[in-house]
Design a protein around this ligand. Structure first.
Ligand code: GLA
Length: 727
């Protein structure tokens, strides 16, 4: 629901449990009034403190004081607001500054798509949109602030379309997606920092005066930070307290900055990173920012998590696979690395098929003359020496075993040792004066050049048409450095990072149009592109190259904080683990991987017999619970990252009749008793069968259950809770 109160000049956006209010002061300045639990009134413009923050119409001599204190809906740079700006332009004379003033609005049911960008979607029954148009007289720049309030979930999304309606060419020097000014309430900030093999660790710290910045300048979204931040009240737990969360639907460079100033006001801004960015806007041209998602919960972090899960499941992921059971796969990477041929892969497939595995994924090393990571990226034709008969023969043989066939690709890259590089050295992302730097012995393709992007896409399309390939793992294994294009005009070089992302999105869109049934999994050196932008194209993303089950607990907990479980690629791998050398029982590895999209990443032929024998029952468990895990409501019960001893989460079916509890005893402390866990999300009055008892939901959620102590470290247990009868 969205309304406009003419008299008070207040817009009110409501979701089922939250309200967001914007007021227009003096018919010019859009200011942020309120965001939080749902309220009733629109006569609340007094919260803009008109008697303290005197508007220029009332006190022209102190306009700067107003601009620097007023809670701006979209902050402009260079004209008197000294806090973080959301937008700024440089004109041809080199001067900057903007004052975007209110011009008009419109409210309509549904939501527009964002041209060229991934975004949440919804029909007129799902959501309503408010567009507020702002104009800067001096430059002729127009900004349309777009807000969508969802009716079935507590999310509000925002984006901005910027149009140069003036005569002069302008250069946008920043164009962020979101700005939110509010009173600071001793908030803490939650973010998801990480690294390769250690993605998305939950970090929480006091906010205080000054700024907290979470950003990526790597040209990909999410190894070091996630395009996510939340501010939470200090007492906020899983079930209680306030939290405001922000997430950018974007896969490239981003910045989230949270600043508390001398007036104890907090400004949050989020969007495409302004560093290394400028965008030329000739007269009549426009720029679309990515979309930012805002979620408020007055009932702790758990409710925030479930809102994100619902929004992404119902209004972001488009794949026909999203609600379908995904095939249990075996990936060749940790099983063979680059050392394989047709016979080895078929041997792996045969053994996997007898164990009930449903799809074989051929990872890196099948193309050009690639036998290590030093060559052939860009040469997307099969290495017939390794794979005589090509992918068609291999896929047919694998299909004959009753298995599907999937393939790894890394389309955005180019090796120096490749036919493509020899033919088109100018297609490398590079500046004219300097030799580009290698990473993993590879360069990045200049995808801002449509000729290069189209060529590569056609190569990939022809590979995928050459055999029955039902799944693709789209990888991206290095950051973007030497960001220059030999093709793009000099005054557009600041556009490359964003143009690159637009080209990746376009390629993935084309892929899905050309192969509508394809199951696409995005990946970037493990989980460096785990972001909502990618989810718009692929229903699952490879979570991390860290496949050690114990390390995975923290990675998956951080991921599940905002992403539905069905989106996490999670595989059982070999022991000792290739990175940590840790030995974890096969059963535990299986139960940890069950939380996500399940598969294997090992040489099944070399597994000890007692482990191999467990595969069919692991697959049966996955099949039994996948629907519940993919579609259920997630509750975090205990965090190994916090207690360093054990981990526990629960998934409850939408009808609240079934719940599954996953418990991992990481360390078996000596001389300790069983653990008490309190369930969540059940119907208080219903009677459930749980742990051999019949108990009401109220008892299970308040008094809880005991999980027996198990013998040894790294033990796991699944507990099923089922409705026995309703009272
Ligand atoms: C990345 C991926 C791995 C694997 C390798 C292949 O690191 O995360 O899963 O595909 O590339 O080179």
């Amino acid at each position: 629901m969205i309304s406009f109160d003419e008299k008070n000049q207040v817009f009110k956006l409501d979701t089922p449990n939250t309200s967001y209010l914007i007021g227009i002061v003096d018919g010019k300045y859009p200011g942020h009034i309120y965001y939080g639990n749902k309220i009733d009134d629109t006569s609340v413009a007094y919260l803009l403190r008109p008697e303290e923050i005197l508007s220029p119409d009332r006190c022209a001599r102190e306009k700067v004081s107003f601009l620097d204190a007023f809670p701006m809906e979209y902050s402009c740079g260079g004209a008197g607001d000294f806090r973080e700006s959301s937008i700024n332009v440089r004109a041809a004379d080199g001067q900057d500054g903007l004052e975007l003033l209110y011009a008009s609005y419109q409210i309509f049911p549904g939501k527009k798509a964002l041209e060229g960008l991934p975004a949440t979607w919804g029909s007129g029954e799902d959501c309503d949109t408010l567009e507020i148009t702002l104009q800067d007289k001096a430059t002729g720049l127009m900004a349309v602030l777009s807000y969508t309030a969802f009716r079935d979930t507590d999310a509000i999304t925002r984006s901005v379309r910027i149009v140069n309606q003036g005569q002069e060419t302008l250069y946008l020097t920043r164009a962020l997606s979101l700005c939110l000014d509010m009173d600071n309430e001793n908030f803490e900030v939650i973010s998801l920092p990480g690294a390769w093999g250690r993605e998305r660790r939950i970090q929480r710290k006091p906010l205080g005066y000054g700024s907290a910045v979470f950003e990526s300048l790597y040209g990909k979204s999410s190894h070091e930070e996630q395009p996510f931040a939340a501010v939470a009240s200090a007492n906020c737990t899983q079930t209680e307290g306030k939290v405001y969360a922000f997430h950018l639907v974007y896969s490239g460079n981003f910045m989230t900055k949270l600043s508390v100033n001398r007036f104890d006001s907090l400004r949050v801004v989020m969007g495409v990173h302004p560093e290394r960015f400028y965008w030329k806007l000739a007269s009549g041209e426009s720029f679309q920012t990515p979309e930012a998602v805002m979620v408020y919960s007055g009932q702790g972090l758990g409710a925030m998590t479930r809102t994100f899960h619902r929004l992404y499941r119902d209004h972001l992921i488009r794949s026909p696979w999203k609600k379908k059971e995904r095939p249990v796969l075996i990936n060749s990477w940790e099983a063979a690395y680059f050392d394989f041929d047709t016979e080895k892969i078929l041997g792996l497939a045969r053994e996997a098929a007898t164990a009930g595995i449903e799809m074989l994924v051929l990872d890196d090393g099948w193309f050009g003359h690639r036998s290590s990571d030093d060559s052939s990226l860009g040469d997307w034709f099969v290495n017939e020496k390794k794979l005589p008969g090509g992918l068609k023969y291999l896929a047919d043989e694998i299909n004959a075993l009753g298995m599907k066939f999937g393939l790894w690709i890394e389309p955005e890259m180019i090796s120096e040792d490749s036919e493509l590089y020899r033919a088109h050295p100018e297609w490398v992302l590079r500046t004219a004066r300097r030799e580009p730097a290698q990473s993993r012995e590879q360069y990045v393709l200049d995808l801002s050049n449509p000729e290069a992007a189209d060529y590569i896409y056609e190569q990939i399309r022809s590979v995928l048409s050459s055999a029955h390939i039902e799944y693709v793992k789209w990888d991206m294994n290095r950051p973007l450095a030497d960001v220059g294009s030999l093709k793009l005009e000099p005054d557009r070089q600041g556009e490359i990072m964003h143009r690159y992302m637009l080209a990746v999105y376009r390629m993935q869109e084309r892929l899905l149009c050309d192969f509508p049934e394809l199951l696409l999994e995005n990946c970037s050196a493990g989980g460096a592109r785990f972001d909502p932008g990618m989810l718009y194209y692929s229903p699952q993303i490879w979570c991390s190259d860290m496949t050690d089950a114990v390390e995975r607990l923290a990675i998956q907990e951080g991921t599940m904080l905002i992403y539905p479980l069905s989106t996490m690629g999670a595989h059982v791998s070999d022991c000792p683990n290739h990175v940590t050398m840790r030995q974890v029982p096969f059963e535990t590895r299986g139960l940890v991987a069950l939380a996500g999209t399940f598969g294997y990443e090992l040489d099944v032929r070399k597994l000890p017999e007692e482990e191999r024998a467990q595969i069919p029952s692991q697959i049966a468990l996955y099949k039994k619970y996948h629907g519940l895990i993919a579609d259920g409501e997630y509750y975090r019960i205990a965090s190994y990252q916090e207690n360093h001893l054990y981990d526990c989460f629960e998934v409850v079916s939408q009808d609240q009749k079934t719940a599954l509890v996953c418990f991992v005893q990481v360390l078996a402390e000596p001389n300790k008793k069983s653990r008490r866990i309190r369930l969540q999300g059940l119907k208080e009055d219903w009677v459930y069968e749980a742990g051999g008892q019949r108990l009401t939901g109220r008892t299970l959620m308040n008094a809880g259950l005991l999980v027996e102590r198990m013998q040894g470290d790294f033990q796991a247990k699944l507990l099923e809770v089922r409705l026995a009868c309703r009272i």
